[in-house]
Design a binder for this molecule. Structure first.
Ligand code: GDP
Length: 706
């Protein structure tokens, strides 16, 4: 199907489909693409032909992990809508990738299994969508399966997710006999025609045995939406029969966009039932790019916040949310345009690098079929080919109006572990795979340790690294053995000292000579500050940068336990030199020794990363969870009810959080959910500092023996 650029913004939908694994996300997406005319064959997930799954490995597993985007069209009420489906990663974790795909969505379809209902992972995904303020409609799938119960799932959505679920259909028949729905908005009963795989339906009178249910839920619908429209409210009390379907839809749309109401539909994606009504509902109730707030960013020149309106005439601002390497086209950068228009062949500014880049081609795609387009306008989603220096999270914008939509500084990793390729073949592929992962995820780092020659991967939490290793295996087919995770401690000083370092060596011929006097003191504004207060040339100017270099090198090796030092100011204010024996290297060495010896006397301490943890749990587990957090040296910072759940927030040392997710599952029968993110570094208690220092001495001793 050709790309249609003539669709106004109010008829565009950028949506994601979210679900617990196995609820039917892939099948539903597949059917959507079928009905919207993009695929002509119905591919079954278990036959391995589903279209949205991007990588062959994913197809094998039937799990979608790559957040690519597909553009498709749907006619509703005789008007054409463009629907961009952004594939949200199926796994549960709080990572940059999930965040980004949530961020570029305007709305989502939450798919539930009609039998299993609200499963732990559906709770997770639901809360993630809450956090990113994504309006949703719900699709209760698998209505054809034994034990499917639409209204039980509606009840669970209310109870477990604390969401005001509003059914807009009542199923006709169930299980094997599931054959249609009553539309509560039009009050039509529709039965699908079996001959054409549910493509068409016939309208029949509402079956007698459903009349009571239909009446009950119709009343519920009207009562609920009446609050969103005064005129409708009046009609509801004076003459409910005069309320039109369009009035109901408009009010329900208001409530849905405000994330106060969640329309619920039912169907069986596998049996091609209910998918068209779902597409209608996407058009009717989910927001267009015009319905959401204008995007905010920071002007990199002034540091001031700026707003970009949802307007094609405003300066270009686009966010790169996903990078995929395509075997045929090369690097595809998926972007969402938040304002203005991006034209093929134009130049854009990458705010992070400060470089202008040429956009050679723009495409919109349907899995591996690419359609060239001339432009991507405000509100749209597509991919850019030809931008070289780009990472996820980068802003591409109008050079004359620079803006950064996301923070451009990323926190230093707080956790690391060694990995080792299992075979030579794995070893060959490892470096390329790690480079690609780092390009996609700026909070992920890797390097080869100089001493052990091991490859170290580092990131923002235990789960983050688990996902990286999982992706190595699944997407890059690289198998690795993993070491234990290590906390990235830091060291600093808490007192000021003045230290004189005289470095002098006489070894026949020309000697070495450098003499420096430096004050080391705590510095709370950043990593390091160097102040040069040398007067009267007591140290020649050309040697001064060498002193700084030496100190910076020594900081890498720490003070008491070998962890990198941070938060230090060095003030070089005196010293001397020798006409013949002094050189840059001598001053560098003097700087290094000065740091090492000086800072030992400045009350050095070890800092540990503290994570901000938020646990959401049904109230009955709160006691156990709080007790467990206390045992982990956690400091509880808040307890609130939210959507019927208890939310416990705490600050907990990362070291104590290893294995926490598993423990939490045990404590709550899988029903509590935790997110954690790095908060800050904090001194470790003295007895733990002693342990860390003792361990590091032990390690050093072992290394020296070898
Ligand atoms: P995902 O993990 O959420 O992407 O789920 P899939 O779409 O891969 O579906 C998981 C399994 O459930 C597959 O074997 C599907 O064929 C099956 N399935 C999906 N939708 C339905 C449905 O409506 N009815 C029935 N009976 N099975 C379904």
């Amino acid at each position: 199907m050709p790309i249609d650029p003539n669709i106004p913004l109010e008829r565009c939908r950028n949506i994601g489909i979210a679900a617990h694994i196995d609820a039917g996300k892939t099948t539903t997406t597949e059917r959507i693409l079928y009905y919207t005319g993009l695929t002509h064959k119905l591919g079954e997930v278990h036959e391995g032909t589903a279209t949205m799954d991007y990588l062959p490995q994913e197809r094998e597993r039937g799990i979608t992990i790559t957040a690519a985007a597909t553009t498709t069209y749907w006619n509703w009420q005789d008007q054409k809508y463009r629907i961009n489906i952004i594939d949200t990663p199926g796994h549960v974790d709080f990572t940059v990738e999930v965040e980004r795909s949530m961020r570029v969505l305007d709305g989502a379809v939450a798919v539930f299994c009609g039998v299993a209902g609200v499963q732990p992972q559906s709770e997770t995904v639901w809360r993630q969508a809450n956090r990113y303020k994504v309006p949703r409609i719900c699709f209760v799938n698998k209505m054809d399966r034994a034990g499917a119960n639409f209204f039980a799932v509606v009840e669970q959505i209310r109870e477990r997710l604390g969401a005001k679920a509003v059914p807009i259909q009542v199923p006709i028949g169930a299980e094997d006999n599931f054959k249609g729905v009553v539309d509560l908005i039009t009050m039509e009963a529709k039965i699908w025609n079996e001959e054409d795989l549910g493509m068409t339906y016939k309208v029949v009178p509402i079956p007698d045995d459903l009349k009571a249910d239909v009446e009950k839920w119709r009343t519920f619908l009207l009562e609920t939406v009446a609050e969103y429209d005064d005129a409708l409210m009046e009609k509801y009390f004076s003459d409910p029969t005069s309320i039109t379907p369009d009035e109901i839809r408009a009010a329900l749309r208001k409530g849905t966009v405000a994330r106060e109401l969640f329309p619920v539909l039912c169907g069986s994606a596998f049996k091609n039932k209910g998918v068209q009504a779902l597409l209608d509902a996407v058009c009717a109730f989910l927001p267009s790019p015009l319905d959401i707030e204008a995007v905010k960013g920071i002007n990199p020149k002034t540091g001031e916040e700026e707003v970009r309106p949802v307007d094609i005439n405003a300066p270009l601002a686009a966010l790169a949310f996903k990078i995929v390497t395509d075997p045929y086209v090369g690097k595809l950068t998926f972007i969402r345009v938040y304002s203005g228009v991006l034209k093929a062949g134009s130049y854009v500014l990458n705010t992070r690098t400060g470089q202008k880049e040429r956009v050679s081609r723009l495409i919109q795609l349907h899995a591996n079929k690419q359609n060239l387009v001339d432009e991507l306008a405000v509100g749209d989603i597509g991919a850019v080919v030809g931008v070289r220096e780009v990472r996820t999270g980068d802003t591409l914008c109008d050079e004359a109006h620079p803006i950064a939509l996301e923070s451009m500084t990323f926190p230093e990793p707080v956790i690391q572990k060694a990995i080792e390729p299992k075979t030579q073949a794995d070893s060959d592929k490892l470096a390329t795979a790690l480079a690609k992962l780092a390009e996609e995820d700026p909070t992920f780092r890797y390097w080869v340790d100089e001493e052990s020659l091991q490859t170290i991967i580092a990131g923002m939490g235990e789960l983050h690294l688990e996902i990286i290793v999982d992706r190595l295996r699944r997407e890059f087919k690289v198998e690795v053995n993993e070491g234990e995770p290590q906390v990235a401690y830091r060291e600093t000083i808490t007192a000021s000292v003045v230290h004189r370092e005289l470095f002098k060596k006489q070894t026949g011929g020309r000697g070495k000579y450098a003499d420096v006097v430096i004050e080391f003191s705590p510095y709370d504004k950043g990593h390091f500050e160097f102040i040069n207060e040398i007067k009267g040339g007591v140290i020649p100017r050309e040697f001064i940068p060498s002193v700084e270099k030496g100190i910076l090198q020594a900081m890498q090796d720490g003070i008491i336990a070998g962890y990198p030092a941070t938060g230090i100011r060095a003030r070089l204010f005196d010293g001397s030199y020798h006409e013949v024996d002094s050189d840059s290297l001598s001053f560098e060495i003097a700087g290094r020794y000065a740091f090492r010896e000086g800072c030992k006397k400045a009350n050095p301490i070890i800092l540990e990363p503290i994570m901000k943890v938020e646990v959401e749990t049904p109230d009955e587990y709160t006691g156990g969870i709080v007790g467990d957090l206390n045992r982990r040296r956690g400091q509880i910072t808040g307890m609130n009810m939210r959507g019927g759940l208890q939310v416990v927030t705490a600050l907990v040392p990362l070291k104590e959080l290893f294995g926490y997710v598993t423990q939490l599952r045990t404590l709550s029968s899988g029903r509590a959910y935790a997110v954690m993110e790095f908060s800050h570094y904090q001194p470790v208690p003295p007895h733990i500092q002693e342990q860390i220092v003792a361990q590091s001495k032990g390690l050093k001793a072992i290394k020296e023996q070898v």
